[in-house]
Design a protein around this ligand. Structure first.
Ligand code: FAD
Length: 286
């Protein structure tokens, strides 16, 4: 099933992101998380691809198959393109077609000095256009409520996003953010620019201090005062930060759900405790 069908049938989607377990741990190590997530009958679960520079293409497909055929939930497979040529992308999509996987999150990928960039795809929009003419896939794309770190300015960011949508991106999933106001302003800008596809907010519950530091370096998400206070107060108290981080994420989700948004996408970090806490918190709301 293509995930666009979800938005044709109902107003809002619930989805999760997981990543393939590391090479030396078994795929079944993610079962505890998937069992909790699938109880809520999500509309789709997305599976990351080579995030952090590691090459785990086969694991991404293995995990997507497990989600589709073991848990009967639609997978969305992430696919980056900066370090691949057309032949390599063709080989990957051939396997997806053989496995009946129809949804791809088409990404450029982060620049990595250790990996050679190739010439076929410069931007996610190039991959999106290529995949659209290659097969019968539903293509999703990434978007950035607070701009991508390489962005020139907000206007060019929205213009480039429009290029991606015109190339065939049918759903947009956002980078994490902690200030819902940023997301609401971003969606308004998209609509003004005539970007009319669903824009799904990505929420990441913060559960430890090193994770917060990594995130700020990576994506530059701004911290509202209320969130900064939580970090200042509980940075060195793991359990308290877990509780406060989960409550903050839940309050963000509820604020989004009571507003006119297209769905919720939760970055689970493969953590069953996070999945359980969030799922319990929204069970009767979603
Ligand atoms: P693009 O859409 O190409 O945008 C990147 C930058 O280039 C932006 O500043 C944009 O404005 C600019 N740009 C775009 N098109 C043009 C153009 N035509 N001309 C000039 N400038 C242009 N990374 C992984 O490695 N694996 C994953 O599984 C993964 N999953 C992700 C999931 C989500 C929801 C998100 C938000 C990100 C994910 N990433 C992942 C990170 C992503 O690969 C990086 O953020 C990457 O740096 C940009 O990818 P993109 O697809 O957004 O690129």
């Amino acid at each position: 099933m293509k995930i666009t069908e979800v938005y044709e049938k109902k107003k809002r989607s619930l989805s999760f992101e997981v990543f393939p377990p590391k090479k030396n741990s078994e795929l079944k190590s993610i079962d505890a998380t998937l069992e909790v997530l699938c109880e809520l009958k999500p509309d789709f679960i997305s599976v990351t691809f080579g995030a952090g520079g590691s090459s785990n293409r086969n694991r991404t497909i293995e995990l997507a198959k497990k989600i589709k055929y073991g848990y009967h939930v639609e997978p969305v497979v992430h696919l980056t393109c900066l370090t691949y040529d057309k032949q390599e992308i063709d080989a990957f999509t051939k396997v997806l077609e053989e496995e009946g996987i129809q949804n791809i999150l088409a990404l450029r990928g982060d620049r990595n000095p250790d990996l050679q960039e190739k010439d076929d795809f410069k931007h996610a929009s190039d991959l999106t256009a290529y995949l659209k003419q290659k097969g019968d896939f539903c293509i999703a794309g990434a978007c950035y409520p607070e701009c991508h770190p390489e962005s020139e300015n907000r206007v060019s960011e929205i213009r480039n996003l429009k290029t991606k949508v015109n190339a065939g991106a049918e759903v947009l999933i956002s980078q994490l953010f902690f200030d819902n106001g940023c997301f609401f302003r971003f969606v308004d800008d998209c609509r003004i620019a005539d970007i009319n596809v669903p824009v799904i907010p990505g929420i990441m519950p913060v559960i430890n201090a090193s994770q917060i530091k990594r995130m700020v370096t990576m994506c530059g998400a701004s911290f509202p005062e209320r969130f900064q206070k939580i970090i200042d107060r509980y940075e060195d108290n793991k359990d308290a930060l877990f509780d406060a981080g989960m409550s903050y994420a839940l309050s963000q989700i509820i604020d989004l759900l009571v507003s006119d948004i297209d769905g919720i996408h939760l970055y689970t970090m493969n953590n069953p405790a996070v999945a359980r806490k969030i799922c319990e918190g929204i069970r009767h709301i979603i």
